[in-house]
Design a protein. Structure first.
Length: 167
């Protein structure tokens, strides 16, 4: 029986060694799983950092788009305003130049002088409504008129020019 007891002891010893060995291996596997869990946590942190970076980049791109849109609108508005201002100024300067030195002034003076003596020219100018325009242009361009405007035979006065202009 001693041999049987000895055998049992050896078997028990082996079983306890196997248990210790298995427990040691399980502990190693648990440590490896803990290390893997730590790595996953680190990877999760990295993903969160990358997500934050993409979010910041996305916000920055929206800011850039807003700035670009604002600048484009301002440039278009400025170009429109500048064009309108320049055209108005150029028109005023052209009219001023024509009134001061232009051929139109000389033409109007010549027609006015000729209409004083030529009834046919006066009739033609009245027929096409140019007489009133001529008188109005002459008045607005600063020609000096006497009390009776150019057509002395008919006795047209300044007070009657309004009627001529709108007939």
């Amino acid at each position: 029986m001693k041999q049987i007891d000895k055998r049992f002891e050896q078997v028990d010893k082996r079983i306890s060694e196997l248990r210790e060995d298995m427990n040691a291996r399980f502990e190693q596997v648990d440590k490896q799983f803990e290390q893997i869990d730590k790595r996953f946590e680190q990877i999760d942190k990295r993903f969160e950092q990358v997500y934050k970076m993409f979010e910041q980049l996305y916000t920055f791109l929206w800011i850039l788009a807003g700035i670009f849109t604002t600048l484009t609108a301002v440039v278009i508005g400025f170009a429109y305003w500048d064009r309108r201002t320049i055209i108005r100024r150029a028109k005023d300067e052209a009219i001023e130049h024509l009134e001061r030195e232009g051929v139109l002034r000389k033409l109007l003076q010549a027609l006015r002088e000729k209409a004083k003596t030529d009834r046919d020219l006066e009739a033609v100018l009245k027929k096409y409504g140019l007489l009133a325009i001529l008188i109005g242009l002459l008045l607005f361009t600063g020609f000096g008129f006497s009390e009776e405007v150019g057509f002395a035979q008919e006795g047209i006065r300044y007070s009657q020019l309004g009627l001529l202009l709108f007939n």
